[in-house]
Structures are given as C-alpha cells and as structure tokens.
Design a protein around this ligand. Structure first.
Ligand code: PBG
Length: 329
C-alpha cells in the first residue's frame, strides 16, 4: 500500500513534540513598552482609541516602570504629551534640559537604574504644526536645519541619562550627525536605535490622538519624509545608510503590514533589528476583540510571535505588559 514517506503531522500530534520542535518563542525579553507621559504628577488619562492604555503622570509612570522590571520587560520607550502652549514653530521645548522627557529620564534612571530607557528623537510633539521638523513658507520640512535641532534634542536626552536615543523622524543624515555629537560630548555609551524603515502609514492614527499631534497636524501628511508603503528595496537602502552612519539597532515600522520588509532587512544585514507594533495595529486587534469577533489574547500573542518569526529581535508593543503577564502564567 502506498503511504506518504513524510508525515509532518506526526510531530504536531502532541504537546510535547510541538514544544520540542518549535522554532520561535516570545519572551518578556523581546518586549519594549512604549509609554505616553504627562507633566502632571498623579494623572492617568485613558486614550479612547487605545483601550487599556493611559497617558501617565509621574507617579503612575514610576509604578509602570516598577511593574515592567518585575515582569522582566527590559526597556521603556517614552513619548511626551506636550501642552499646546509649549509647542512652537522651532520646537524649542524639545531640547530644554528641564522639559518633561529630560526630567522623567533622570528620575527613572535614578530610581530604576537597571531598566533601559529609550527616548524618541523627533520634533512632532513640540511643533505647532505637528510635523517632525522645521518647515519653510510652503510647509516643506527642511532637512538639515531639522537635523541640527534633533542633535540638540538627542544630546539633551543623553545628558539626562537616556540609554538609547531613537530618531523616529526620517530626516536624511540624522543618525550620523547624532552619533558624531554623542561621541564629541563624551556619550560613547549611548546607543542609537534608528527608525530606519518608517513608512508614511495610516496605522499611526491612535498615537497621534494619544500625544495630541493629530489636531496640530490637520490635513498635512508626512509623505515627504516617511517612506512610501509601495517600496521595499528602499528600506534596505535606508537601513544600510543608518548602519553606516553608526546606528546600533535598526527598526521597521509599522510591524505586521511590513513583515516582508522585516525579513529582508534581517536576512540582508543580520544586525539587531526591531519592529514597532504601532498604535493602529493595537487598536485594530482590540476593537475586533471588544466586538467578540476575535480572541484578543490569542491574536495579540500570534501577532507578536509572527513579528518575531519575521526577523525582529525585539518589539515595541503597547501590549507588552499584558503579554509579559500571560507569558508568566
Ligand atoms: C513620531 C512618531 C509616531 C509614532 C512614533 N513616533 C507617529 C508619526 O510618525 O506620526 C507612531 C507610533 C504608533 O503609532 O504607535 N515621531
């Protein structure tokens, strides 16, 4: 009687053999928790489009940091919510030594020295027009002028004690400029996580609500500096540039709609490669789960595992705390 020589189902039949041959696993070590931070001390503000996520004042931020440490999450990424009166055309608030990010970084490093702190280097929370750089009369984002400001911002984060600065702005040449400035100022141990392949994506919608840049941004888009979703080779070019300029880690963002990019980047460069499961990816899974259409816990776990399988060494995810809890139990 004819029979198949190979029966892949044999190893799928039992839990023990599935566990033995599993190629990829998610662990708390893979996760970075992005947090929206407020100037106030006690507030927790819910974000309508991101169920379960809140903007955090100082004390709730400290509690969250402690929880991340307990759960084995290696690092936090900070995103400031800046009141409208402190936004300006020149984004001056971005590099003040006593502004929100700089203050929270030093407070966190003092209390939780072993928790990695990653800062966002980009001007959009600080500009009155919500774009990621300085603009000319036509609203075009100026590259080299913006890079000068990003360098100041990155240095102010390093002085406050940031472990990793993460330029998310997509200006040309900013990684090299930041690396040079960090070395010159004695911050050779501060790492750069470059948002190298950051796409002009509609999946960032809830984030812009969370930090309040949506209102300032109005109808202007970010297509003149973020990548075109139709491109893939260009992502390799962007990653190559950032690595040449001194990036320690590169990132692909968003994650799930761009798994092909993640795989190409990892295969080509074999360097630390991160992915950002962005606000819209989080919101989408939560919305379907809230309707009872998907099993929220299971799809989130599967989404993150898929991102890891596609080549991510670590993932920024708003679900990091939920997932780390589930991995523990
Ligand atoms: C901006 C920035 C954005 C995100 C992180 N940094 C939004 C944007 O480019 O408009 C999005 C993250 C998310 O959607 O979760 N520098």
């Amino acid at each position: 009687m004819a029979f198949p020589l190979q029966r892949p189902r044999r190893l799928r039949a039992n839990d023990f053999s599935r566990r033995l041959v599993r190629e990829h696993r998610l662990s708390a070590d893979d996760l970075i928790y992005p947090v929206f931070i407020l100037e106030s001390e006690q507030d927790r503000e819910p974000i309508a489009s991101m169920p379960g996520i809140e903007r955090l004042g100082r004390d709730p931020l400290f509690e969250t940091a402690e929880l991340c440490l307990e759960l084995g999450i290696p690092a936090l990424a900070l995103f400031p919510v800046v009141p409208a009166e402190r936004k300006s055309e020149e984004a001056k608030e971005a590099w003040q030594h006593d502004a929100l990010v700089q203050t929270r970084v030093s407070q966190l490093k003092e209390r939780f020295p072993e928790l990695g702190i990653i800062t966002d280097v980009a001007l959009d929370p600080f500009t009155s027009h919500g774009l990621d750089g300085l603009v000319d009369e036509d609203g075009y984002v100026l590259n080299d002028e913006t890079v000068d400001v990003l360098v100041r911002q990155a240095l102010s984060h390093a002085r406050a004690g940031a472990d990793v600065v993460a330029p998310s702005d997509m200006m040309d040449g900013r990684v090299g400029a930041i690396r040079r400035a960090l070395e010159e100022e004695g911050f050779s141990r501060v790492s750069i996580l470059a948002y190298s392949a950051k796409y002009a994506s509609a999946f960032y919608g809830p984030f812009r609500d969370a930090v309040g840049s949506a209102a300032s941004l109005g109808k202007s888009g970010k297509e003149s500096f973020q990548m075109d979703p139709g491109n893939s080779d260009e992502a390799l070019h962007e990653v190559a540039l950032d690595l040449d300029e001194g990036a320690d880690m590169v990132m692909v963002k968003p994650a799930m709609p761009y798994l092909d990019i993640l795989r190409r980047v990892k295969d080509r460069f074999q360097r630390p490669t991160l992915a950002y499961q962005v606000s819209g990816e989080y919101a989408m899974l939560h919305a379907a789960a809230a309707n009872g259409w998907l099993d929220g816990d299971k799809v989130m776990m599967e989404a993150l595992l898929s991102i890891k399988r596609a080549g991510a060494d670590a993932i920024l995810s708003y679900a990091a705390i939920d997932i780390a809890r589930r991995l523990r139990s």
